[in-house]
Design a protein around this ligand. Structure first.
Ligand SMILES: [Zn+2]
Length: 470
């Protein structure tokens, strides 16, 4: 858009004045006002200059963009370094796409961005081309495997100031429509006699990975990689799933996700919803999630995938997964106090052996998260043998009981007997516990207070190797 005729128009007092009224009308802080004023100014200039006092004479274009297919893209490979490399690609692709807006129109036009989605304010002139350019840049960076859906929505200055909620709802509807309309291009067909990449299954093999083998039809051979997957493998952090497994040999995969963020960001709140409010909410949420991930999921403790939207996915030793999820939730609750709306998190967690294909793992995590959301939100669904859905406070009780089982010195055979009884009914378990206390086999009645959580804690205890006397 280097041929914008902006230079032909002068920024005169009138334009500055109109832009200032628009910026102030968005109900934002002083710093933001200055940035927004420049953004509006740029649009007015590019679209022909001053058109009188009335804000309804000015049209502005909102570009909304959102990526589709990130989970599928991440789970293409079964290896953690490949997945974290892909997660980085999403962040870089978003940066490259927004860089186009910044360099062609101006950095103040970018209202907010988080990995995989962003919002810009643009002049109407040239917006179509820009929309195509950002889409192309993003999809090129993700090798055509993640789609960026982009929508343009026009609104008058008057509407932006007086009824931004309607404008924003139109933006969201248009983006939804764009998502429905676009569909992934089919991968280019590969001649049948060529060997295909073992990771993506889309491109011809470029080389073998000398350090990795795969088992195909019972024959072990080196893993075949296409050029893209080879580059990705070498760019990712070299943490393997095996590195995250401890004594139990199990690993946990967890995804935490904001519950009512969407509603908050949709403008369906009681108070007046303005552009300024949308920008500040989006920034705050992205910032909180990013900082939480950085602070709670330190390298060596856990490996998290892209954070910056309203979710965080991570891999950790099975011993730590649920505890980390609980700590994340607590730290989040602390941060969430500053919002008017009550914000909560839900989570899905699964335990698996490092050899399991990560695509299956990610799918189970997503379906567990869905279960947590379906069970009233603000809770966690996790699965080893059985699926359990618990509120966060129930989870803490279960984890506390687990700790007790691991440290109490109760014989495994006794725990097994109580578990078998609890499986029939809590009443049965109670009888067993009382009986064992009476006979001096259990030293006190602590377990009686935790029978509701017993089976859940016992299952975790077994998975983690059942430490304690035989
Ligand atoms: Zn490949």
């Amino acid at each position: 858009m280097g041929n914008l005729p902006a230079e032909k128009f002068q920024i005169n007092k009138e334009i500055i004045n109109v832009a200032k009224r628009l910026a102030e009308g968005t109900g934002t802080g002083e710093e933001q006002v200055e940035k927004l004023r420049k953004a509006f100014e740029k649009c007015i200039l590019s679209d022909g200059g001053y058109r009188g006092e009335s804000l309804s004479n000015y049209l502005f274009c909102f570009l909304t963009a959102d990526a589709t297919g990130i989970s599928k893209y991440l789970s293409t490979s079964r290896r953690l370094p490949d997945i974290s490399a892909r997660s980085q690609i999403i962040i870089k692709a978003t940066e490259e796409a927004t860089q186009i807006i910044k360099s062609k129109v101006g950095s103040e036009q970018l209202m907010f961005e988080c990995s995989g989605s962003f919002l810009c304010l643009l002049p109407e002139r040239g917006s179509q081309q820009l929309a195509e350019d950002v889409k192309t840049a993003f999809e090129k960076k993700t090798h055509g495997q993640v789609r960026l859906d982009v929508a343009l929505t026009l609104a008058s200055g008057d509407e932006i100031v007086s009824s931004f909620r309607d404008v924003w709802q139109r933006c969201r509807r248009n983006l939804k429509k764009a998502k429905l309309e676009s569909s992934l291009k089919l991968p280019t067909s590969i001649p049948v006699d060529r060997e295909i990449c073992d990771v993506c299954g889309l491109a011809p093999k470029a080389c073998d990975d000398p350090n990795k083998t795969v088992l195909v039809n019972g024959v072990e051979r080196n893993e075949r990689l296409c050029k893209t997957c080879f580059e990705l493998r070498n760019s990712g952090r070299k943490i393997e799933l095996d590195d995250l497994s401890r004594d139990s040999g199990y690993i946990s995969a967890v995804k935490v996700d904001g519950d009512n963020f969407g509603k908050l960001l949709s403008g369906e709140t009681r108070e007046k919803f303005t552009l300024g409010k949308l920008i500040s909410l989006s920034e705050q949420i992205a910032d909180i999630m990013k900082k939480l991930a950085e602070k709670q999921l330190k390298p060596g403790k856990a490996e998290y995938l892209y954070a910056g939207g309203d979710d965080i996915m991570f891999f950790a030793p099975a011993e730590d997964g649920l505890k980390l999820a609980s700590e994340l939730n607590k730290a989040f609750q602390q941060e969430a106090k500053k919002f008017d709306t009550k914000l909560t998190l839900s989570a899905g967690a699964v335990f698996f052996k490092p050899k399991s294909p990560v695509s299956n793992v990610i799918n189970s995590v997503l379906s567990l998260l869905k279960q947590a959301k379906g069970s009233g939100r603000n809770c966690i669904a996790y699965k080893y043998n059985q699926t359990h859905v618990e509120t966060w406070s129930e989870l803490d009780k279960t984890l506390k009981l687990l700790e007790y089982l691991q440290s109490s010195g109760i014989q495994k055979v006794q725990l097994f007997a109580i578990a078998r009884a609890a499986d029939r009914s809590p009443r049965f378990a109670e009888i067993i516990v009382k009986n064992r206390v009476g006979r001096g086999i259990l030293k006190d009645e602590t377990l009686l207070n935790h029978l509701n959580n017993f089976l859940k804690a016992y299952e975790l205890y077994i998975m983690l190797g059942g430490k304690g006397p035989e």
